[in-house]
Design a protein around this ligand. Structure first.
Ligand code: PLP
Length: 387
């Protein structure tokens, strides 16, 4: 059996994998089992923000491995406290709960919002408003939070208490908050899986207004956009929001599983011993790597993200066969005349790896992708679209 047959025989068929085995890589190049190098414009879905085999991250991780790999949350471990301090100082927030994934970080945000509302307003104030076309994860609660019917099918009954607002419909948002006892609004600043659509300043302002008027928490899902990808440390900073909870994951761990729910002043003391937990959450090895990652998401890197973003948008807007270029920073999407999957396979055959989101091609390159590789990849994508 070759690798493709073995995988198809023994691994659950939850992913429609591309016909490519990855055997190694460095930076933004991935080496295929076919011996070819591919330009990586997906970073493992926004995870490898400094590319593959990032030396500083590897050193931080292996140093921690030489000490101990895991000790449970029953004991103190330096990298955990250090990472939490960095996240708080750079967001102006108070405390961090560590999880292993984006979905779990969002589960924490949902639990915090419900507990906060129950203690402050009463147990009936359990509803959480999310947005149509959002994506918040695959656990049952985060699926329920996800405003896309297609994800709900076959998994009923889902946890209750989620209401869906339409981006742009401020009156509708306010009606939900007025007519239902609510705890919070949960949102992505750029809807990733929903088609790489920024919510826009007007909608950010509308959410803030409704949250103030109805005493709701703002929960920002920065799982995909966060940790520099937006061109700022977190995407909400672009809109001048101050969320009460910020969740993040993907890029934070540099390739190891790590999620975080960063808690602001209003909710800093909601979680107490016994009210939430995780065996692996805040694993010291993952946290040591994340300290190395986060410490290099600085103004220089962010400027580079914005420059690369401007370059891609400039090249793609108006290019033959390309339409609806959207996104923020290095989370960009566009449509072509071909179905997204077919286009992605064509790009792969030409040596460029991209992901899709609905009908869009989604670009999530490493934040430090070298300009020459980026130029080459963009040219190939333009060629594929023009054919
Ligand atoms: C990927 C993603 C999630 C889920 O993260 P997992 O680590 O896959 O659980 C949640 N929210 C957003 C915005 C995401 O992009």
């Amino acid at each position: 059996m070759d690798i493709f047959e073995r995988d198809r025989r023994y691994v659950a068929h939850t992913y429609n994998r591309f016909p490519l085995e990855i055997v190694s890589g460095k930076g933004s190049l991935m080496r295929g089992g076919d011996g070819r190098d591919y330009i990586d414009m997906g970073s493992g879905i926004a995870v490898n923000i400094f590319g593959l085999g990032d030396e500083a991250w590897k050193t931080a991780v292996t140093r921690q491995l030489d000490k101990f790999q895991h000790c449970s949350n029953l004991y103190y471990a330096a990298p955990v406290a250090q990472l939490a301090q960095m996240l708080c100082e750079r967001t102006g927030m108070e405390r961090v709960f560590f999880a292993n994934s984006g979905a779990e970080a969002n589960e924490c945000a949902i639990k915090v919002a419900r507990k906060w509302a129950a203690e402050r307003k009463g147990a009936s104030y359990c509803n959480i408003i999310t947005l149509q076309r959002s994506f918040h994860g695959r656990t049952l609660a985060t699926l329920a939070a996800t405003g896309q019917e297609s994800f709900h099918k076959d998994y009923q009954p889902l946890p209750e208490g989620f209401l869906y607002a339409e981006v742009g419909d401020e009156a509708g948002l306010e009606a939900l908050a007025r007519e239902h006892p609510c705890a919070a609004i949960l949102f992505e600043c750029v809807q990733g899986e929903g088609g790489v659509m920024p919510i826009g300043q007007a909608w950010a302002d509308a959410m803030r207004k409704v949250a103030e008027k109805y005493d709701l928490l703002l929960l920002a899902d920065e799982v995909q956009l966060g940790n520099g990808r937006s061109g700022r440390l977190y995407g909400y900073m672009e809109y001048g929001l101050q969320p009460d909870v910020v969740t993040t994951a993907k890029g934070l761990g540099g390739g190891l599983p790590l999620g975080a729910a960063i808690l602001g002043k209003r909710v800093a003391d909601v979680l107490q011993p016994g009210s939430h937990g995780s065996t692996f959450g805040g694993n010291p090895t993952c946290c040591a790597g994340a300290v190395s990652i986060l410490s290099r998401v600085d103004e220089d890197l962010l400027r580079g993200v914005r420059e690369r973003s401007d370059y891609i948008v400039r090249e793609l807007r108006g290019a033959k066969g390309i339409k609806n270029v959207s996104g923020m920073g290095l989370m960009l999407g566009f449509e072509t005349e071909k179905p997204a999957r077919e286009f992605a396979e064509r790009a792969l055959a030409r040596g460029v790896l991209v992901t899709t989101a609905k009908q869009k091609i989604r670009l999530l390159p490493a934040l430090n992708i070298p300009m020459d590789l980026l130029e080459k990849a963009v040219q190939i994508l333009k060629d594929c679209a023009a054919e």
